[in-house]
Design a protein. Structure first.
Length: 184
């Protein structure tokens, strides 16, 4: 009878441990999704401002169409993305093209003095700062979640219930870490 009681007690303890691990996995997964949702909201806000910025620049620079087309194409592609990986990949593309768009003002004094352009640039710069902070939070949440999913004994529960690793929001080496170059 005592032996049976010990077995039942061990089963109950193991069940509580498994439930605790599962609940923690769900909690960490929700933190990651909430963090990405925050990034997504800032990116949407940025992409809503881009057509106004492009329209302002178009009036000053007709033959810099390639940069403007890239910005609009990236914006439209983002708006049609349906999963997190596609959105992260597209975000890396748009960040580089926005830098080129802002670099145009150095070559055009009239554009540099345009209050509409400066206002839009200021708004996007503020949003970029918010996006950076949101990326940091997202990457921290991903780190915690992925670590929790990959540690023992959590890895068994994570695999059993289909918890998958999330991608980090990384800067593409070849695009965003190099200086913006504008040539005419």
């Amino acid at each position: 009878m005592i032996f049976l009681g010990i077995i039942v007690l061990l089963i109950v303890i193991i069940a509580f441990i498994l439930i605790g691990i599962y609940n923690k996995l769900v909690k960490e997964k929700n933190f990651v999704e909430e963090a990405f949702s925050t990034i997504d909201a800032y990116l949407k806000k940025r992409y809503d401002l881009i057509p106004n910025l492009v329209a302002t620049v178009k009036g000053y620079k007709d033959y810099e169409g390639e940069t403007l087309e890239k910005v609009i194409a990236a914006r439209n592609k983002y708006m049609s993305c349906t999963n997190m990986n596609d959105k992260i990949e597209n975000e890396n593309m748009i960040a580089g093209t926005l830098g080129k768009l802002f670099a145009l003002q150095e070559s055009y004094p009239d554009l540099k003095a345009n209050t509409n352009f400066l206002s839009l640039q200021g708004e996007i710069t503020k949003i970029e700062e918010d996006i950076l902070q949101a990326r940091k939070y997202y990457n921290g949440s991903v780190r915690n979640y992925n670590t929790y999913c990959e540690t023992f004994p959590n890895v068994f529960i994570a695999n059993m219930f289909g918890f998958k690793k999330y991608p980090f929001f990384n800067i593409e080496e070849s695009k965003e870490k190099e200086n913006v170059k504008i040539s005419f």
